[in-house]
Write a protein that binds this ligand. Sequence first.
Ligand code: SF4
Length: 338
Amino acid sequence: MRWDHLRLAEDAAAPDLPLIERRAVARTFDTPEFRGMTFYEVHAKTIINRVPAASRVPFEWTVNPYRGCSHACVYCFARKTHEYLDLDAGADFDSRIVVKVNAAERVRAELSAPRWRGAPIAMGTNVDCYQRAEGRYRLMPGILAALRDAANPFSILTKGSLILRDLPLLREANERTRVSTAVSVGFADASLWRLVEPGTPSPHRRLEVCAALNGAGVRCGVLMAPVLPYLADSPAQLEEAVRRIAAAGATSVTPIPLHLRPGAREWFLAWLRRHRPDLVVPYARLYGGGAYAPKEYQDGIVAQVRDLAAKYGIADPPHRDVPPAPPPPPGPHQLSLL
Ligand code: SF4
């Protein structure tokens, strides 16, 4: 998604101007939660977007009400997409958030268009739709209400506990159509969490969210992503994570080893140099300058998690939904949950 999709109608004559000059309304809030952050309020021309066929992801349609993500995960591979907006993939991605303020209105309009065929819609596929901004902008309730009213199947992947705010809407939608959710929890280690996912609720809190969703009858699995080589991939660490995931009642667990695509790669390796310089060489050896760990490594993680899932009684065995070498877009949450 580039600014072309976000541009206000009156900006049509100035497509190449940088962000602020496109008349996006820039807003800051002087509260501790949003200090240092800028929100760019824009009106999307379209909101239900088709994933390019070349992406080879198992979903076709997405809705993404935000660009950039205050959850600020150092490994996030949606970072690269911020560069398409004339912003950088590092601190700007974490603190300069594009908000499509008309998202709910557009979803409702596009779902009712004669050409729309009711295909499943995936949310959280690029950046987190329940990041902190959602607490203020409240775009998701309108989106969920539109999906509920159209009985259109959908999935949500998130690290945000804010999803529980919308539990009544999720339950209503779940009575009319196929709804599935997943939380992303790559590891259970709280000290690692503070370093690599500084803006997110803790893994423990995310698993409480998973339990609450399942307890309310809304199916919720766990995307165990990313599994971080040398940081969170020992047999003991994998077992602790899967044990906790099972205890939360997750309906499935799907592991994905870390990807280091351009954009995320630079940011993650800079973090590694600062915090774990001892791992710079092992990472260079494992990734060999590419974006993916070797197939043997990935298969080994999947096999271990599969065995652990069986041991702890998680119903759906792990499987690899994502082919090993897709092109960069869309974002960090690339599994269909439907
Ligand atoms: S990985 Fe997900 S939650 Fe983390 S910064 Fe990226 S989009 Fe946000």
